[in-house]
Design a protein around this ligand. Structure first.
Ligand code: DGY
Length: 323
């Protein structure tokens, strides 16, 4: 019997790739860095039973229409905003993703960004490298707020929000959270308080975004909401760029409505070096690397492969999106 045909849009880490090679006839877009062009993607999926894609591949009706045999779209990511889920569901195509396996990596990175932006670590490094450490120690140089005693507001309390809260609780902070559903189960265990979004924005010293991108969360953090934040507060985003209105954020930073920001995700990725966001010393920028631990990237590959193989075998995949 011939093996199922799979298109893989990037060289993903082991063991995922070997797992796929073992049971499928895979056609691999032979690059670690570059996605296939749209034309190439549409051409390659034509005769495939399964597609393993990344968040850089837009999988919409046009792609699905060109792939009449497609049974599963397995994305190597927890986010699936790049896939038209209703269109897939309509066609009976399973969509799977990689939740859980990158939670710790993203939570660790979020805490790193919070410390880096409040304690001005990137700015400090730049000052030495550019020869600006030209005076002896003094009490006012590069000071920033201490976390202890501050209020941290988590916008979204899914897996990553909870993992971030767990880590932050050791800093003796007060944690507020907002979500569409109240999380009674974790609230008391982690000693967190529920707040509506406006209250959270008004009371938090750090606001960290952990919601998926949907039509309801697009520009959730807009001009009106940024204006509600404290002038001394920081905004952290490791979720998805379009959850924050970039133009409003640039305005907020220029006009001092907030103290700073640390961003791993952007409305435009890659973010050009001359983007207005690069002009602020009180902003830390990272190129969408919150999940970039070696371990997480391997586990993502393994789970993406397991999801895809399960569907092809007629089994329920471990992480199905369109139930
Ligand atoms: C995801 O998985 O959705 C992240 O953005 C990248 O790991």
């Amino acid at each position: 019997m011939s093996k199922p045909k799979v298109y893989v849009t990037r060289i993903i880490p082991e063991p995922g790739l070997s797992m796929l090679k073992e049971c499928c006839d895979i056609e691999l877009h032979n690059s670690k860095e570059w996605p296939p062009s749209r034309e190439e993607l549409i051409q390659k999926v034509k005769d495939k039973d399964a597609l393993l894609c990344l968040l850089t591949d837009k999988i919409d009706a046009e792609v699905m229409d060109s792939a009449p045999n497609l049974r599963v779209i397995s994305t190597y990511s927890v986010g699936f905003d790049h896939i038209d889920i209703p269109e897939a569901t309509k066609r009976g195509i399973y969509v799977t993703h990689t939740p859980g396996v990158l939670t710790d990596a993203v939570a660790e990175f979020t805490v790193g960004l919070i410390l880096a932006v409040t304690r001005r670590i990137v700015e400090a490094d730049k000052i030495i490298r550019t020869g600006q450490w030209d005076k002896p120690w003094n009490p006012y140089f590069l000071t920033g707020p201490e976390l202890k005693g501050k209020t941290i507001g988590l916008v979204g309390l899914g897996r990553i929000g909870v993992a971030t809260a767990k880590r932050l609780s050791s800093f003796d902070v007060k944690i507020l959270y907002y979500d569409v559903e109240r999380r009674w189960d974790v609230e008391s265990v982690l000693n967190m308080e529920y707040a509506d979004l406006d209250t959270l924005l008004k009371e938090s010293d750090i606001v960290s975004v952990h919601v998926p991108l949907t039509k309801d969360t697009f520009h959730l953090i807009n001009e009106e909401r940024l204006r509600k934040m404290k002038k001394t507060a920081y905004l952290i985003n490791t979720a998805r760029g379009p959850v924050v209105d970039t133009n409003a954020l640039v305005k907020a930073l220029k006009e001092g409505w907030i103290a700073g920001a640390a961003l791993d995700v952007f409305e435009q990725e890659p973010l050009p070096a001359d983007h207005p966001l690069t002009k602020f010393d009180n902003v830390i920028l990272a190129p969408h690397i919150a999940s970039a631990t070696i371990e997480a990237r391997q586990r993502m590959a393994e789970l993406a492969a397991r999801n895809l193989i399960a569907v092809l075998k007629g089994e329920m995949p471990p992480a199905l999106v369109n139930k």
